[in-house]
Design a protein around this ligand. Structure first.
Ligand code: AMP
Length: 591
């Protein structure tokens, strides 16, 4: 379906200004096909439904052909309902905005005759109305059509269904023979073909399939997100929905590369497709994607065109597509084979207007969504895990280990504790490292931590440089903290999405202390932190010094001169399901 820029359709500067003001970037297929033909004065039969841009397809040539110097009615647009008449009148008014001297009026049943008389009396070139009311005015002599140049039937099939056939025929026989007819109908039943056969003169037939008709079964949601928060929003949506197979569309190659790298660094299995990637490489990526060897394909529209994959769970419009047609193509890749798919679209700032225009144009059924909070992401992760356990139990997909369980029960452990311990192990918890303070495991060097201030229950040591205020919370792993490090600690601020920088004193010289928003709650170990820092920054593990893991956060000493680099690189990276938001720990307490 060909689409052209409006300035290639032979239009006046006034109309070009109007379409630009309306935010139309290019002509739709029906507009591209109809406008140049209609401008020549030829009759046109347009087969296309609402949502294709047909109103502008007939209104633009009508406005162009109307003579502003003559006040007589030159264009008559017949619509089946008053709602449609009002809508068409509005759109025509906007398109004629810069055309000096061109005026129009809608006339429909239910509105007072007085107002319509007045408008008609003042002289308008364009009348938009329902057949019944138009007939009324013609019979009263308040609507004269002797100067009529163009008659337009919008949604002709609906007008016949509504019983307007007689009125339409009367109108058609009483307008000048020389008039041009633009005839729009979504369907072509016999009665319509008869009408065309009798009243159209050698018409051009133009048939365009509406994007709306091809709409797949897809649940569509949009999210208003700040440009800088898009990656965070994306990963949260993936995690909350536990998506495993989808395409993420970006508008540029650079964005594809960047996003692919970001997602990769955050632990998602991704690959990319765009125009700069060789054909053989593309084929390899596609083959891998079809075999589900990775989860998310990051791609541009061009690269993804003709891409033959079924069963996608989700399509993300990380960047808003150019128009409704691209949008429909993109989302059509999910929701195939009769299943409902998901399409998530991000809009930033002014893009909301573009989306609104696409929604109107293609009659998109899209609702607004909310980005899940970190707590919701956490809860979803737990639910996924819970579901896995439940399914394993339901389907009895496990070998009995009664003997071992019985032994543990015999030793007096409660069954709930046994299960909790198993879950802990399953989630990667290392029993020896889950305490508040643990040295960074290999490959980090032994931390140079100040000597412990006091022994704690459980034979773990609380470091002297943890202020008492923090220490109590830092040791809330069930064991009562020793009196001299315990305080009335609170964890205010740590639970929310905003990181709170915690105080740390007595750090080694030449080191900076960084705050990380993961902790024992996520079962993070010093090895995880060192591994992540070294892996993402490619710095030697030796830049990391003492690590102090608390219930919901961790304090990590790093070489001062690498601190900013580490902060920058680690921001937004995922660790244990948490998106890191590291910050410098200040000595002045929470910021
Ligand atoms: P219609 O099919 O005429 O009912 O048009 C549906 C919606 O699409 C209306 O809100 C129009 O303003 C909008 N529209 C029409 N043409 C274009 C275009 N070329 N680009 C963007 N939006 C358009």
């Amino acid at each position: 379906m060909e689409k052209k820029p409006f300035d290639q359709l032979g239009l006046s500067p006034d109309i070009l200004k109007a379409v630009e003001k309306m935010g139309f970037e290019e002509a739709s297929p029906i507009q591209t096909a109809v406008i140049p033909v209609a401008l020549t004065g030829k009759d046109v039969i347009g087969m296309s439904s609402t949502g294709s841009g047909k109103t502008a397809a007939f209104a633009i040539p009508a406005i162009e052909r109307a003579d502003p110097k003559t006040r007589a009615v030159q264009v008559l647009i017949l619509c089946p309902t008053r709602e449609l008449a009002v809508q068409v009148a509005e759109e025509t008014g906007k398109l004629a905005f810069f055309k000096r001297g061109i005026a129009g009026v809608p006339i429909y049943g239910g509105q007072s005759y007085e107002r319509q008389f007045r408008a008609l009396h003042q002289g308008v070139q364009i009348v938009i109305g329902t057949p019944g009311r138009v007939m009324d005015h013609m019979e009263r002599g308040t609507l004269k059509l002797d100067a009529l140049k163009i008659i337009i039937l919008d949604e002709a099939d609906r007008m016949l269904d509504m019983g307007f056939r007689e009125d339409i025929e009367k109108i058609l026989t009483s307008v000048p023979e020389t008039r041009q007819m633009l005839f729009f109908s979504a369907t072509m039943p016999r009665a319509i073909q008869d009408l065309i056969g009798r009243y159209a003169k050698d018409p051009a037939w133009i048939k365009i399939e509406s994007v709306a008709q091809n709409r797949p079964q897809v649940e569509q949601t949009y999210f208003e997100v700040d440009r800088r928060s898009k990656i965070e929003a994306l990963t949260r949506l993936i995690d909350v929905n536990d998506f495993r197979y989808g395409i993420i569309f970006c508008s540029t190659k650079i964005m594809v590369d960047e996003l692919d790298e970001h997602l990769h660094a955050r632990g998602y299995a991704t690959d990319r497709l765009h125009g700069d990637i060789s054909q053989s490489q593309r084929d390899r990526v596609m083959a891998k994607f079809r075999e589900r060897k990775f989860e998310f394909l990051v791609a541009t529209d061009v690269a993804a065109r003709g891409l033959d994959v079924d069963d996608l769970e989700v399509v993300f419009n990380f960047d808003l597509p150019n128009d409704a047609e691209d949008y429909t193509h993109r989302i059509g890749r999910t929701g195939r084979a009769g299943r409902t798919g998901q399409a998530f679209t991000f809009v930033s700032g002014q893009e909301i207007y573009k989306l609104q225009s696409m929604v109107r144009w293609a009659r998109l059924d899209i609702r607004r969504g909310r980005i899940p909070s970190l707590d919701e992401v956490e809860e979803a992760r737990t639910n996924v895990f819970f579901e896995k356990i439940r399914a394993t139990l339901e389907e009895k997909r496990f070998r009995p280990h009664d003997h071992m369980i019985d032994r543990l029960l015999d030793q007096g452990y409660a069954s709930t504790d046994i299960c909790s311990a198993l879950i802990h192990l399953l989630q990667g918890g290392a029993p020896g490292l889950s305490a508040a303070t643990a040295p960074a495991a290999a490959p980090a060097p032994a931390p140079v931590a100040p000597p412990p201030a006091a022994p704690r229950a459980g034979a773990k040591a609380a470091p002297a440089w943890v202020k008492p205020r923090l220490a109590a919370k830092a040791h809330d792993d069930g064991a009562a903290p020793a009196a001299d490090v315990a305080g009335s600690a609170s964890e205010e601020g740590l639970a929310g999405d905003e990181p709170v920088v915690r105080t740390r004193t007595g750090r080694e010289p030449g080191k900076a202390t960084l705050f990380f928003n993961v902790g024992r709650k996520e079962l993070v170990t010093p090895a995880d932190l060192v591994g992540k820092i070294a892996g993402v920054t490619r710095l030697p593990a030796g830049v990391v010094g003492a690590i102090d893991i608390h219930q919901r956060h961790a304090l990590v000493d790093v070489d001062e001169h690498e601190a900013d680099f580490i902060l920058k690189k680690l921001a937004g990276i995922r660790l244990k399901g948490v998106t890191l938001a590291p910050a410098r720990a200040t000595d002045g307490g929470p910021r």
